[in-house]
Design a protein around this ligand. Structure first.
Ligand code: KIV
Ligand code: ZN
Length: 520
């Protein structure tokens, strides 16, 4: 790849991204994100704004100390004290960069800075020269560039490049630009700033009108060679250009853009999940590239097409962004072919007759549930095809529970035509029920996992409980559904117990020395 064909990825998740209300991360989390970004292959990490707080100063210092493969930068206004703080925070960086911001639009000059255009040019030049005393890599951002008067913008850019800025960043600070217009601004800068070839043109777009990625792409098409972005597009107000979208657009449409990034794209999903976890900002399911549904096909026609040839409905391979899901969500629109294929991926091969039975059950379930998961399919196959025999069945259940009382339950089970009743207490009503069952059956189950979700809508929704229980070294999954969550929990536990009994019977008497279900 020729050098000019590379687009540098400047990640500002830890600075502009963290400016999103409620997105703050602690230092350990920031370091983990920085290390993940280094592994992802971003070129520049903007780690904070050191002068604004002690915490930001320390974050930038820590990232500067640990990150070796990327340029590390932070933000500074065009004043000495900001530049001093940033230079100090960056002092152990292997590749330090000072990033200076100063607004150039009339609105900002008149209302915020209360400075004349000449004063702004002087401040910008002085700041860049001062920063160059500390580092050779200086970036200058004329804030609100997209709303700045073009001639003035050209003048500022020419002067800061003369003063030693190696990168000039053109922020669309308020997300006002339109792709064609913003792309033309980049082309005009290239045509009208005489020394522009001495600097890399960078872009920094906000998503107030949902155009941050489109504007950044238009800029690349017109010669920008650095894009500033954040993981999951987080950032001030509506956020910034989303890293994963810009990277995958440039990669997927390399034919159109003729450029490439150095991003190790299979790491994208992992970094996205990490940032979501630490900021608490949930990624919407329909989010491009990293949303849970981004590579899922539910319509029967699409599923059939993807199974025959993925490129029918996929323009990127899920594995290229590290998407680990199965891709095919089975739901009410899925056909027999999709079910058979998914079961095969799970290692289950059924005869035509068995598949028909499983398909009927699957259709019933998908009418009630939006998505049918792998565990549901396994449960269907086990129940329907392998026909689980209910050694133990729930006869009745009485639960006394509330605030400030110890839950007390009476569980009546039936086995081999006989009834067994047991009372128990526990840490909660479900724990008490499981203890009562264990005492009745003489088997001690260790609950490894418990989850509940509603399978229908409304206040009277059916709750489906899924448990994973270890019975004497054997892990079994059990499912139970009811409008009463405690009853659903008991049914799920008994379902697991009955499967364990069946497995032991299949292995012959005395299997693993368990007399499953025979000891009331
Ligand atoms: O949005 C903006 O203008 C910025 C600058 C500091 C680049 O974040
Ligand atoms: Zn910004």
């Amino acid at each position: 790849m020729a050098k000019q064909d590379k687009v540098l990825i400047f990640d500002t998740t830890l600075r502009d991204g963290e400016q999103a209300p409620g997105a703050s991360m602690n230092q350990r989390e920031k370091l983990e994100v920085a290390l993940a970004l280094e592994h992802l292959g971003v070129d520049i990490i903007e780690a904070g704004f050191p002068v604004i707080s002690k915490g930001d100063f320390e974050s930038v210092s820590m990232v500067a100390k640990r990150i070796r493969a990327c340029i590390v930068t932070g933000l500074a206004r065009a004043v000495k004290k900001d530049i001093d703080a940033l230079a100090e925070a960056l002092k152990s960086a292997k590749h330090p960069r000072i990033h200076i911001v100063l607004a150039t639009s009339k609105i900002h000059l008149e209302h915020k800075l209360k400075k004349t255009p000449d004063e702004i040019v002087q401040m910008a030049v002085d700041a860049v020269k001062y920063a160059r005393k500390f580092v050779s890599d200086v970036e200058f951002s004329p804030e609100d560039a997209s709303r700045s008067e073009k001639k003035f913008l050209y003048r500022v850019l020419e002067e800061v490049i003369k003063a030693g800025a190696r990168t000039v960043n053109i922020p669309d600070t308020v997300g006002y630009g339109m792709p064609e217009q913003y792309g033309k601004l980049i082309a005009d800068i290239r045509a009208n700033v005489p020394n522009i070839n001495k600097a890399v043109i960078s872009v920094h777009c906000h998503d107030d009108l949902g155009l941050a990625v489109a504007n950044s792409l238009a800029a690349v098409k017109n010669g920008a060679r650095q894009v500033e972005c954040t993981v999951n597009g987080i950032g001030e107000r509506a956020g910034n250009t989303s890293m994963e979208e810009i990277v995958m657009a440039l990669r997927t449409r390399g034919d159109y853009f003729g450029v490439a990034t150095g991003i190790n794209t299979p790491e994208i999903s992992r970094v996205s999940r990490l940032v979501s976890k630490y900021t608490g900002f949930v990624v919407p399911p329909n989010k491009a590239i990293v949303g849970a549904n981004a590579f899922r096909h539910e319509s029967g026609i699409h599923q059939d097409g993807v199974l025959k040839e993925p490129s029918t409905y996929e323009i990127m391979r899920p594995e290229d962004v590290g998407f680990t899901g199965t891709g095919l969500v089975l739901g009410k629109h899925s056909g027999r072919h999709a079910l058979k294929a998914r079961l095969k991926q799970l290692g289950i091969v059924l005869s035509d007759l068995e598949l028909n039975k499983a398909f009927e059950r699957f259709k019933d379930l998908s009418d009630k549930k939006k998505e049918v998961f792998d565990e549901d399919l396994v449960a269907i196959v086990e129940d329907e095809v392998q026909e689980i025999k209910d050694v133990w069945m729930l006869e009745s259940l009485v639960v006394t529970s509330g605030t400030n009382i110890v839950p007390d339950v009476t569980v009546c089970l039936k086995s081999g035509g006989k009834g067994y009743m047991k009372k128990a207490t526990g840490d909660g009503p479900i724990d008490a029920c499981y203890r009562a069952i264990d005492e009745t059956t003489g088997l001690k189950g260790k609950l490894l996992n418990y989850s509940i979700q509603s399978v229908t809508e409304g206040q009277d929704a059916m709750g489906e409980v899924r448990v994973c229980v270890n019975f004497n070294g054997q892990k079994v999954i059990g499912l139970g559904a009811s409008t009463d969550v405690i009853e659903a929990s008991v049914k799920a536990y008994l379902n697991a117990l009955n499967k364990a009994c069946m497995a032991a019977t299949a292995k012959g008497p005395g299997a693993k020395n368990i007399d499953f279900g025979l000891q009331p």
